[in-house]
Ligand binder design. Sequence first.
Ligand code: SF4
Length: 346
Amino acid sequence: MAAERILVISPNWIGDAVMAQPLLQLLRQRYPASPIDVLAPPSAAPVWRQMAEVSDVLETPFRHGALQLKERWRYARMLRRRGYARSYVLPNTIKYALIPWLAGIRHRVGYKGESRYGLVNVMHHDDVPPRPMVPFYAALADEPSAPLRKDVPRPRLSVSEEQMRAACGKAGVPAGVPLVVFAPGAEFGSAKRWPPEHFAALAAQVLAQLPDARIALLGGPKDAPVCEEVQAAAGTAAASIHNLAGRTKLDEAVALIGQAAAVVSNDSGLLHVASALNRPVIAIYGPTDPDHAPPFSDIAAALSLRLECSPCRQRECPLGHHLCMRQLEPQSVWQTLQPMLQPAAR
Ligand code: SF4
């Protein structure tokens, strides 16, 4: 009998896609011969392409937030022809649960989410106490009645030497020099951003210690203005800073992170990419909970002042002072970063 084909429907955010990767490791163990395809929005698709367990990545043609029932029905007909036997619906919305149901996929696994009775027919319940994202997604690999695993594997991505060389070449980063990546953006809102002048001061510290180093500022097009602020505030260090926000595709950003001696990031998708590539990483938290989606590289630090008002989980600081980030001084981040860079200094 041919192995049954599996379809995983991706969450919309890059960081969530990374944190869903252990689910694929567990599915691969459970169904060793089954091809696993992923249906993902174009913004997250490049991350899935860096996962060894994935056979095909299909990009969703739907607009973000739109129901587009007729388009979903047409798309489901195409999926029906691919003959999937099992699907794992990671977003909690009805509109994503509709697709495998319309495609006639027999086993449709997911959380109850928006009361998706019938659409999801192997239903897990998310009204348990909040869990970090990795075990939350990984639990879908087991039966709903199974006890929660204590041994969930870490997310992992891989990039080839060739991808890293090509990305560095395109970004103008010379071969053989230490590369430090900063991710100063956060699509969620300004409250999650460590101030640009703090990133600039940290860049100056890095370059004082490693004069040959280059610093790459990564992010999407919406992060470009904040990255320009970092570069403008960096003074003489600016010459060694490559502002690549909005100028690299996600797969190139992933390859640059794969090459990095260390990564300093706000609580955003690129943080989780860095962890999954097992790069030394510093994660900076203000309005969000560092225990919810912590970095998980072998060498990782989660920095948070844990003020009384934190985590407020607001997009903009409701108190107007943003002290959770402003009072986290560049010097104290440098004290954590410096030992991570020691291998690059040799
Ligand atoms: S309320 Fe507190 S945790 Fe929230 S953004 Fe403002 S300073 Fe940060």
